[in-house]
Design a protein around this ligand. Structure first.
Ligand SMILES: C[S@@+](CC[C@H](N)C(=O)[O-])C[C@H]1O[C@@H](n2cnc3c(N)ncnc32)[C@H](O)[C@@H]1O
Length: 201
């Protein structure tokens, strides 16, 4: 810890105690600022990681090769409103936006949120990456809701989807089916997780 504090430039000399520093005032100020910034960022990443685990699940990326199957299965079209509940690095919403959909990824964990935004900037993708808790987001405009979450939260999620979604809206559950709902289509492969498509009546 002492080493980390020193590396970040927050040691005693940084605050004018214990020996003289060869660094100029501006350089020392910059070092202190960066050190505090990195500590705050680290704290935010850890805190939001635990928050995401409590609220649903931490970041586990889906298989990139399944994206096309998911979007084909849901027949995503231009101007469809697509949500990914817990979008991770954003790869599903980026692919949906590439098809012309109004795609939005909701993410509550700082690290994947930052990665998704960096990817969005680099690839100039039109998808929206929102730092939002999906439990607190109104999904009533959705044409498709996709998620890769865990069955532990499905009963509560089912209630939210039944309350929020309009008739005709589609839901794609990655890996685990939704108990009590009849899927319209199921993609089961020998290698790779199952994908379940549902339609709201
Ligand atoms: C298993 S990962 C799936 C990532 C991405 N959807 C994919 O398919 O690759 C689940 C994601 O949900 C996020 N998450 C968990 N609870 C959340 C919440 N209440 N609101 C928004 N995101 C949440 C986690 O941080 C994590 O990135």
């Amino acid at each position: 810890m002492v080493k980390l504090v020193d590396t970040l430039g927050l040691g005693p000399s940084a605050f004018g105690r214990g020996g003289s520093s060869p660094l100029s005032g501006t350089t020392q100020y910059y070092k202190n600022f960066m050190g505090i910034f990195l500590l705050v960022l680290l704290f935010a990443i850890l805190l939001s990681f635990f928050y995401s685990v409590v609220r649903a699940i931490s970041w586990v990326p889906m298989w990139g090769k399944d994206i096309k199957t998911i979007l084909d299965l849901a027949d995503v079209k231009k101007d469809d409103k697509v949500y990914d509940l817990g979008c991770g690095d954003g790869k599903v919403v980026f692919a949906a936006a590439d098809r012309g959909a109004k795609a939005e990824g909701l993410e509550i964990s700082v690290l994947p949120y930052l990665i998704a935004n960096a990817r969005k900037i680099i690839s100039r993708n039109k998808a929206k990456i929102s730092f939002k808790d999906f439990w607190m987001t109104d999904l009533s405009d959705a044409d498709l809701v996709y998620f890769f979450l865990i069955p532990r939260i499905y009963p509560k999620l089912k209630t939210k989807l039944e309350k929020d979604l309009k008739p005709g809206a589609k839901v794609i559950a990655y890996v685990w089916p939704i108990e009590g709902w009849e899927p319209t289509k199921v993609e089961k492969r020998e290698k790779g997780p199952a994908i379940y498509l549902y339609e709201i009546k």
